[in-house]
Ligand binder design. Structure first.
Ligand code: NAI
Length: 296
């Protein structure tokens, strides 16, 4: 198979942490990108945030001003799904909720052309189940980026039961053309990365609950002795506790309550308190400007 040509319009639905990063990746790879979000103004803010990121890269000499301008010229914040009609690929990065994603894809199917590929960035939901809600499930696959999408090379190309292998192959080659390192997998709870990552978070949370160590100490050990780029608490703060808790619950339920994947009450508390990590300014750590102290 060949990758989608750069002339293919890419629609991105959801302009949060992931949608913003994915839109940047696709635009940098040469695609015209249309970004949409249910929250008014959110897509425009995401484009502004991408501009800020690219300005920073220009200042550091990692991009030329011409490259920045070309990328920004390819990015458009649009108002609604009908604006995605000419897209050849639509990547969904909205809330991690099966019913909401199904509703979105059903609506998208009535908007895009017959050859458009539909992709979900879900971390943990069944691609098979998401696709079961559309009329043509063979054109839907998982295209699972990692946070932050512009920096993380890995992308899981996830096939549901009905996914056409040529669609998965096109997405694989497209991800590679975008400078990523794609891997293929079948749709199983958590796919590969989120399945092996769950015990990483869960064991850290158990250590904290048992008061064996605080987040900063546990993170430091994993970073400095374990060779991980981030410890479990830093990583959960980066991902966002709302997202990470939803993924934990979904993987736990999907494995019929297997205790290896059991969510922690600490996660529940953080979500209930609105301490979602970096995105809200506070999680395990205090991320407010100037703060250098752990919050917990
Ligand atoms: P987020 O909460 O930062 O952004 C989600 C965005 O989607 C919000 O701006 C929200 O307004 C918008 N949205 C919600 N429902 C919508 C709808 N029906 N139509 C249009 N826009 C809608 O979430 P984040 O972190 O970007 O996650 C998005 C998806 O990516 C989830 O499925 C998540 O599991 C997955 N993911 C998240 C990762 C992470 O580290 N945060 C990593 C890889 C995948």
């Amino acid at each position: 198979m060949r990758p989608l040509p750069p002339s293919t319009i890419v629609g991105v639905v959801g302009s949060g942490a992931m949608g913003q990063g994915i839109a940047q990746v696709a635009a940098q790879a040469g695609h015209p990108v249309r970004l949409v979000d249910a929250r008014p103004g959110a897509a425009a803010s995401a484009v502004a945030a991408i501009a800020k990121t690219l300005n920073g890269l220009v200042d550091k000499g990692k991009r030329t001003a011409a490259e920045r301008d070309a990328t920004l010229n390819r990015l458009t914040a649009v108002d609604g799904l009908p604006d995605l009609a000419p897209a050849g690929l639509v990547i969904e990065a909205i809330v991690e909720d099966l019913d909401v994603k199904r509703r979105l894809f059903a609506e998208l199917e009535s908007v895009v052309g017959p050859d458009a590929i539909l992709a979900t960035n879900t971390s943990s939901l069944s691609v098979t189940a998401i696709a079961a809600g559309v009329a043509r499930p063979e054109r839907l696959a998982g295209l699972h980026f990692f946070n932050p999408a512009p920096l993380m090379a890995l992308v899981e190309i996830v096939s549901g039961l009905a996914t056409d292998p040529t669609i998965a192959a096109t997405l694989f080659d497209t991800a590679r053309a975008w400078g990523k390192s794609p891997v293929r997998c079948r749709s199983t709870p958590g796919f590969i990365v989120n399945r092996v990552a769950r015990p990483f978070y869960a064991e850290g949370l158990r250590l904290l609950q048992e008061q064996v160590g605080d987040p900063a100490s546990i993170d430091a050990i994993l970073r400095e002795s374990g060779g991980f780029r981030m410890g479990p608490f830093e990583l959960m703060d980066l991902i966002g506790h709302d997202v990470n808790f939803a993924v934990t619950r979904s993987v736990h339920a999907a494995y019929f309550g297997d205790p290896r994947f059991q969510p922690s009450l600490i996660q529940q508390e953080l979500v209930d308190a609105g301490r979602l990590g970096r995105k809200s300014g506070r999680g395990f750590y205090d991320h407010s400007p100037g703060a250098d102290r752990p919050a917990i």
